[in-house]
Design a protein around this ligand. Structure first.
Ligand code: FAD
Length: 441
């Protein structure tokens, strides 16, 4: 089957060494570029099917299993379409559950609720770089279309039609957010060169869809835009990696992709635009190999017990907790531009106090029933993640990369360290004094 425009014949997908390496082009030439998510997902699916792997589709994991020695030894979850649940005992587990944008509606992120972070933290894992979660992507209002390439040619206008000056270079997020705090912002793409316009349907096939639906020609008409918070998706925080095989600090538990910190490859800036997906594919291989080796060395482990807490096993009497209200409370602390892009110690302290109150109530009483079990657990994950983000942003008492504190506008060399965070009942932060960890080989 030919994918229009990519020149890649997916019917001839090829793999080497048991991992996705490339898609072979029509003329037998290996393509190392122009791979989009759906293409490599399809290729990976073919690979696992060909290896006889059992895939449980639509079966989210809710919690990990851990044995009395602290080894992670499996996971448990539900089967959304078939009904019932599943439990797997395993010699090692790789968390590849992606990141979270706190359901701020960037494209394709509806199932990204940070579940892997809470599952790992319950097993004792640490997270790192959670302060680097203040990246936002522009999109037309009322849409999830966060395909940002075309906005390199955008002209922005305020409500009176005056052009909003933008600095040269790609970093338009902060000036746009400042303008949006004052009023509505509009945009057109009239500066887009003709050859780029011709290629947009190939590079970003879905980009024009909402405009077509609305009868808007984005190259000539003005349309209103917004900024979607990306949390740890185009941000870079995640589970701390302590070895070249992507192991976490908990034995038997590995992490890859957006579930893991991307500080190791992106530093303090966004990994969106290429780094994050390169990391997802590479770290998936390293974590998979690491987990397989670990399981072989430690033999199959049984006797693990489910360890999920918040949203699954309340610490006090189960009550009806309003999930929508809880989500709003979380979003209200981690998404508004004046709290998360233009940060200050004072506002972060206020957010911390509010989130701690929400957590205490949620942890005590939230327990989903059969219909709400998944959303309850996802809400627990987003709430815990919000607490770690705010705690890390407070701990990094300086400005660096995407983490910008208005009350601490300079880089402080004392913070040439990673901020490590963890804990559920009580959130803690610390600094990484380990020798530099080199992952790439
Ligand atoms: C609109 C958009 C555009 C992007 N563009 C780029 C780009 O151009 N270049 C780039 O480098 N990066 C880009 N990124 C980032 C890139 O998509 C991610 O870095 C990459 O998808 C991460 O892969 P992943 O497998 O770790 O996570 P994901 O692709 O998010 O996959 C995680 C999977 O885990 C599943 N899951 C979640 N919770 C559970 C659970 N409890 N149990 C079981 N499964 C679960 C989810 O349903 C999902 O299928 C973009 C992101 C977005 C949102």
């Amino acid at each position: 089957m030919d994918e229009p425009g990519t020149g890649i014949d997916l019917g001839k997908s090829a793999y080497t060494c048991g991992v996705l390496q490339f898609l072979e082009g029509r003329k037998g030439i290996t393509q190392y570029r122009a791979l989009r998510g759906p293409e490599y997902m399809r290729a990976l699916r073919k690979l696992v099917d060909s290896l006889g792997v059992t895939v449980l589709d639509h079966s989210p994991a809710l919690e990990l299993l851990q044995n009395s020695d602290g080894l992670v030894s499996g996971a448990r979850g539900i089967r959304r379409q078939k009904g019932g649940d599943w439990q797997v005992h395993a010699g090692a587990v790789v968390l590849a559950t992606g990141g979270t944008s706190f359901l701020s509606r960037p494209l394709g992120s509806h199932t990204n609720t940070g579940d892997g972070y809470i599952m790992a933290a319950e097993a004792g894992a640490e997270l790192s770089g959670m302060e680097f979660t203040s990246y936002y992507t522009v999109a037309p209002v009322h849409s999830t279309m966060t395909r940002s390439m075309s906005y390199a040619f955008a002209t922005y206008y305020d409500e009176d039609g005056a052009v909003i000056p933008m600095p040269s270079g790609p970093d338009t997020m902060r000036p746009l957010a400042r303008a949006m705090l004052k009023g509505r912002v509009f945009c057109d793409l009239h500066r887009t060169p003709e050859d780029i316009r011709a290629k947009v349907p190939v590079i970003s096939p879905n980009f024009m869809l909402p405009f077509r639906r609305w009868g808007i020609d984005p190259y000539n008409d003005r349309f209103e835009v917004t900024l979607h918070g990306e949390g740890t998706i185009r941000g870079i925080g995640g589970l701390r990696i302590v070895g070249g095989d992507c192991r976490t600090s908990v034995p038997g538990l590995f992490a890859s992709g957006d579930a893991a910190t991307r500080e190791l490859v992106a530093g303090a800036i966004s990994g969106g635009g290429n780094i994050n997906s390169a990391w997802a594919v590479s770290s998936g291989q390293w974590a998979g190999q690491g987990a397989a080796r670990y399981a072989k060395e430690h033999k199959a482990i049984s006797g693990g017990q489910p360890i999920g807490q918040a949203g699954l096993r309340p610490s006090a009497a189960a009550n009806n907790v309003d999930l929508a209200a809880t989500l709003s409370a979380i979003q209200n602390e981690v998404l508004p531009y004046d709290k998360n892009i233009f940060r200050s110690g004072e506002r972060l302290e206020q957010s911390r106090t509010i989130l701690e109150g929400v957590w205490t109530e949620f942890r005590s009483h939230a327990a989903g029933s059969s219909g709400t079990c998944l959303r309850t657990r996802e809400t627990a994950a987003m709430l815990a993640t919000a607490r770690w983000c705010v705690a890390s942003a407070l701990a990094r008492d300086e400005s660096r990369g995407m983490h910008q504190r208005e009350d601490r506008p300079e880089i402080d060399p004392h913070f040439n360290r990673r901020i490590i965070v963890g804990g559920l009942g009580k959130v803690w932060t610390g600094r990484d004094h380990e020798p530099r960890l080199e992952l790439a080989s």
